[in-house]
Design a protein around this ligand. Structure first.
Ligand SMILES: Nc1ncnc2c1ncn2[C@@H]1O[C@H](COP(=O)(O)OP(=O)(O)OP(=O)(O)O)[C@@H](O)[C@H]1O
Ligand SMILES: [Mg+2]
Length: 118
C-alpha cells in the first residue's frame, strides 16, 4: 500500500501515520522509502534519539518524524523540504494524508490500513 501511495505523491506532502504501538507505522515508512528509491547506505529506523531522520531518495527527501516522545516539535521547518512522514501524527492539523493502521481482532498478522486525503 505504501508503494501505491508513493506513486501519487508530488514530493511535498505531510503524511500522518496513526496507530497503536506496533501497528506498523515505521514499516509503512520503510515501504514508502523503498518505493521512492531510498539512496544506498540509508536505512529507515525509528527517529528515537534524533528528532527527524532525513533519507535522500531519487524523488527528493523523505523526512521521518516520530512524535511519540516529542509532542511539541516544530514541524513547520520541514515543510517544503520533502515528503514528511510523521508517526503518532494523530493530533496534527497540517496533514495532507492520514494513514490509519489498525490491528485485526482475529488475525494477529493482519492489519487494516485506511488512507484519507485531507
Ligand atoms: N502491514 C503489516 N502487516 C503485518 N505485520 C506488520 C505490518 N506492518 C508492520 N507489521 C509488524 O508489526 C511490528 C511492528 O511494526 P512497526 O515497528 O512498523 O510498528 P510501529 O507502529 O512503528 O511501532 P511503534 O509504535 O513502536 O513506533 C513488526 O513486527 C512488523 O513486522
Ligand atoms: Mg514506529
Amino acid at each position: 500500500m505504501a508503494k501505491e501511495l508513493a506513486r501519487t505523491l508530488k514530493g511535498d506532502e505531510v503524511i500522518c501515520l496513526e496507530g497503536e504501538l506496533g501497528a506498523g507505522k515505521t514499516t509503512f515508512v520503510k515501504g514508502l522509502a523503498q518505493a521512492l528509491g531510498i539512496e544506498e547506505g540509508y536505512q529507515v529506523r525509528s527517529p528515537t534519539f534524533t528528532l527527524a531522520n532525513v533519507y535522500p531518495t531519487s524523488r527528493g527527501n523523505l523526512i521521518h518524524i516520530d512524535l511519540y516522545r516529542v509532542r511539541d516539535l516544530e514541524l513547520e521547518e520541514f515543510l517544503g523540504e520533502g515528503i514528511v512522514a510523521v508517526e503518532w501524527g494523530e493530533g496534527l492539523s497540517l496533514c495532507n494524508l492520514r494513514v490509519k493502521i489498525e490491528f485485526l481482532e482475529d488475525e494477529p498478522e493482519g492489519r487494516r490500513i485506511v488512507i484519507i486525503s485531507e
